[in-house]
Every structure is written in C-alpha cells, then in structure tokens.
Design a binder for this molecule. Structure first.
Ligand code: BJW
Length: 244
C-alpha cells in the first residue's frame, strides 16, 4: 500500500504555543487586550509611537526567554512528523508558522518558515539587514549597519506589510496533498486563505483548534493542541510508506 500523503504543509498560529505559556492575540485575556492593534501591529503605529511598540515587543522578547517557556507536545509532534517524512524518498514537508516565538525550532523543526517574522531578531529599516537580538530595543539605539539611531525595528510583519517567504509557501501549497491548520483563528490573510489554495491543489485539509472557526476544512478536530496534535500526527505517520 502506498501512502496517500507525500507532501504535507502545516500552518500554525498562536494557539499551538498557548499551553507553553504564550498568550494568543484575540482571546479576552490575549496579547492585544491592553493595546489597540493599530498602535502595536502596523507600520503607522510604529511611526507615530515607537516607544509603545518597543515596550510591547521588549516585554514579549523577555517573556520568551524565561525558563518556563518551553515547546509543548504539539511542537514536538510536528518535529517528529518532519523527521518521519525526511526518512522517506520524495516526501516533502513544510511547516509555516505565523508565530514569532522560537518554540518550533527548539522542538527540532527545520523545514520552517516564520511568515510573520521572529521575535529574537531585529532589522534595519533602511538596509533590511537582520540581526539576532535578545535584549530590549530602545528608540535611540544605534543601528549596527548604518549607525543611525532609530533605524532598528522588530523583525516582524505588521498589517499592510508583505509576509515573508511567500513564493516558497505558495510552491508548497501548490503541491501538497495534506494541509493542517493548527491553533489559528483564521482572521488574518494571506494565511487564512492557505487552506483554500491547498484544497484547489487537491489536498485533504484538516483544522486542529480549540474553538471552531469560520473556515470550511474537510476535517475538524477540536481540543487542546498538546493532546490533539500528537494523536493526529501518530495517525498520519501510521499511514506513511513503511521505512525500507
Ligand atoms: C488553541 C489553544 C490551544 C487557543 N490549542 N488551539 C480585507 C480582507 C482580506 C484581507 C485584508 C483585508 N484588509 C486588510 C487585509 C490584509 C491583512 C488582514 O488579513 N487583515 C485582517 C484583519 C482582515 N493582512 C495583512 O496585512 C498581511 N499582509 C498582506 O496581506 O500583504 C499583502 C499580500 C497580498 C497577497 C499575498 C500576500 C500578501 C500581514 C498580516 C500580518 C499579521 N501580523 C500579526 C502580528 C505579527 C507580529 C506579532 O506577533 O506581534 O501576526 S497580527 C497577529 O495575527 C499575528 C498572528 O500571527 C496573526 C494570526 O493570529 P492567530 O495566530 O490566528 O492568533 P489568534 O489569537 O487570532 O487565534 C488563536 C487560535 O488558537 C484561536 O482560534 C483559539 O481558539 C486557538 N487556541 N488555545 C489549540 N491550547
């Protein structure tokens, strides 16, 4: 028997990291509870009040590096799925995360796109050069490349900006036969439209989330990511070609 799945794309959102201690965005106690989205998640907000924006990301950067913030079984299961796919010839796997935390890579994922950027990186708004950064960032900090104070910004994608690595994502969606959407409310485009692209490529589409969303997947599985994702991954791995 041959495996039905040879090319898998997984999209993750804030829900996969919730049980690791990182707040989601749109919950009543979420990251935006005390902020207007326009103030902290748009280039216009950053231009008009960079101090507030730096405070918002400095707090999240600090939190991400606390010892209790660790990958959970859902992150580990996706790394296991990638490993199993990599052991089989001509099998493809891509994990696309909207999250800016580093929990997927800490769990072992390598075929990974951070489409909305990375919290532990900053970039020069002038040159586009990207730097690793684990400390607070302040408005007057001098840029490491152009030496101009104020040119540095979080390496994240705000509303109105182009998400990262779209050509790679589009190629993977065009050829996938299984698409999983995990822990995302499906409110933000283009990510919210990926399942439709995958569907038009003939893929089986599955939503794994705590709450129902408005999207029409072929299959819906509801529950905590740390429980439903490892169980679903086990199911997929059982259906892959046996290792020779
Ligand atoms: C659990 C759980 C547990 C909880 N287990 N589950 C009109 C129509 C269509 C589009 C537009 C429009 N007007 C404007 C647009 C475009 C705009 C957009 O989508 N706006 C919407 C508001 C409508 N998009 C953009 O501007 C994007 N760029 C763009 O479109 O460029 C042009 C383009 C065109 C064509 C192709 C390509 C490009 C850029 C979007 C940038 C989003 N940036 C942010 C901030 C990133 C930095 C940061 O982290 O601060 O990204 S916004 C925020 O939302 C963040 C997230 O990645 C993103 C998605 O949120 P997510 O992950 O879904 O979180 P929540 O909180 O919403 O949901 C969590 C889910 O988890 C819930 O469902 C829970 O139930 C669940 N859950 N616990 C399992 N334990």
């Amino acid at each position: 028997m041959t495996s039905p799945y040879r090319s898998i794309v997984v999209l993750t959102g804030a829900g996969i990291s919730a049980e690791s201690g990182i707040q989601t965005f749109r919950a009543s106690d979420g990251l935006w509870e005390n902020h207007r989205v326009e103030d902290v998640a748009t280039p216009e907000g950053f231009a008009s009040n960079p101090v507030i924006v730096h405070q918002f990301y400095n707090g999240r950067r600090h939190q991400l590096q606390q010892p209790h913030i660790r990958p959970n079984p859902a992150h580990s299961a996706l790394a296991r799925l990638e490993y199993e796919m990599s052991q089989r010839p001509d099998h493809k796997f891509l994990l696309v995360t909207q999250n800016i935390d580093n929990l997927h890579e800490r769990a072992g994922s390598r075929e990974l796109v951070h489409m909305h950027g990375e919290l532990l990186k900053i970039r020069c708004a002038e040159s586009g050069l990207i730097f690793e950064h684990r400390d607070n960032l302040q408005v007057g900090d001098e840029c490491r490349c152009c030496r101009v104070p104020g040119n540095l910004r979080p390496h994240v994608v705000w509303f109105g900006e182009m998400p990262l690595e779209m050509p790679r994502i589009t190629r993977a969606l065009d050829e996938c036969d299984l698409f999983l959407s995990i822990g995302t409310s499906g409110n933000v485009y283009p990510a919210a439209g990926f399942y439709e692209s995958a569907k038009s490529s003939g893929a089986h589409t599955v939503e794994l989330n705590l709450d129902p969303t408005h999207s029409h997947f072929d299959e819906h599985i509801y529950g905590q990511a740390s429980e439903i994702v490892p169980a679903f991954v086990d199911r997929v791995i059982r259906q892959l070609d046996p290792l020779t």
